[in-house]
Ligand binder design. Structure first.
Ligand SMILES: [Mg+2]
Length: 371
């Protein structure tokens, strides 16, 4: 079996609301990359990458990285030998985890379709059919989010992650008070600073948010402030989750060694795909740290792939924030959305990633193509 063609689409996808979190804000639309890998046996695989310029990189760079640097090492090769293909990608191009995640998910999609099994069967089999669903409260208009959260509570959703650190500390406390006041205690509150606090002020500020009883506090300080992360994890009762501090397996190991977090957020866009996400999870699990399914701004293709990873990984036990397709995009690129119901994401059951792309929508949102 051979890879014959790689079709790349840079999309600009309209979104419903402004979102502010820690280091940055998105508004009106987000860019992402959707790719299709075609083989000589008529089986295609799809993949998706999303990069956030203040977090990891740019979508233009992802597009260029695959087009110019990964394409030559993939064309003509066997898509079924995924570890070999990914090692060649790593040797051809340093970093660029989002680009590699998109390529790897398309290869897994091909293998799953070939074997007629869902992706999670290829990586060890299924531990769970559904994943607890978390929605991020990130609208600078807190009252708009309270209304949305009320509606979501009525639909059975129970986990809300509040984005903090983009406004003054007093403003964050006011938003948290308003949430508890309007929504009560019947929800699981998590707090994510997206690196928004400076190390010198973090402990005092976080002591003030602990009374709101969050399940965890995510990435309060900049990614390289490992010593501060360790101090906070030791000083606070609330578990500290590393997000931006852990992209790679090596960073997961450092976090464990330095005791710099109690939980790790895993994103395929950070790790560079499922195989490396499994390594991050194995390191965390061995050290006794549970993991969580995070995202950047990717849509239904990438999130379905990540659902398979979580389905096959018992230690990724704290849920996922796979809300973009249903709650933020005006229109995703799938013919049918992966179901989110009663507070859970349902793991796809079809072969491969188990999604069908609507290529007309891809064309509509496309701003660049390479094939
Ligand atoms: Mg985060």
């Amino acid at each position: 079996m051979k890879i014959e063609k790689i079709e790349l689409n840079l999309l600009e996808s309209p979104i419903k609301m402004k979102r502010s979190q820690g280091v940055g804000t998105i508004q009106a639309s987000i860019k992402r990359v959707v790719l299709r890998i075609r083989t000589d046996q008529g089986i295609d695989g799809v993949g998706e990458a999303q990069a956030w310029e203040v977090f990891s990189g740019t979508n233009e760079n992802v597009f260029h990285a695959i087009d110019v640097f990964l394409r030559p090492v993939l064309i003509g090769r066997d898509p079924r030998d995924i570890p070999a293909r990914m090692q060649e990608c790593d040797r051809a191009l340093v970093a660029n985890p989002e680009a590699k995640a998109a390529v790897e998910m398309a290869l897994f999609d091909i293998c799953g379709k070939l074997a007629q099994v869902p992706l999670h069967v290829l990586i060890g089999g299924k531990f769970r059919d559904t994943i607890p669903f978390s929605f991020s409260i990130a609208n600078p208009d807190i009252h708009a989010d309270i209304e949305l959260a009320k509606q979501m509570l009525a639909e059975g959703h129970r986990i809300f992650k509040v984005k903090t650190g983009f406004a003054a500390p007093a403003e964050d406390l006011k938003r948290l008070s308003l949430l508890r006041e309007h929504l009560g205690d019947a929800f699981d509150l998590r707090i994510d600073y997206n690196q928004g606090l400076l190390p010198y002020e973090a402990l005092r500020q976080l002591r003030q948010v602990e009374p709101f009883n969050p399940t965890f506090i995510e990435q309060p300080v900049p990614r390289d402030a490992i010593a501060t992360m360790a101090q906070l994890a030791a000083a606070l009762d609330t578990p500290i989750m590393a997000d931006e501090s852990v992209f790679s397996p090596a960073e997961a190991l450092r976090t464990v060694q330095e005791r710099a977090a109690d939980i790790i957020s895993i994103k395929l866009m950070k790790s560079g795909g499922i195989l490396k996400a499994m390594k991050v999870n194995a390191i965390a699990e061995t050290a006794g740290l549970p993991c969580y399914g995070g995202t950047l701004w990717e849509g239904g293709i990438a999130l379905a792939a990540a659902s398979h990873f979580i389905a096959a990984s018992p230690n990724v036990s704290l849920g996922c924030e796979f809300y973009m397709p249903k709650y933020v995009f005006l229109e995703d690129v799938l013919a049918q959305m992966t179901p989110v119901a009663a507070g859970h994401v349902h793991v796809p059951t079809g072969p491969g990633i188990g999604v069908e792309v609507d290529w007309k929508i891809v064309e509509k949102q496309r701003i660049a193509f390479a094939g």
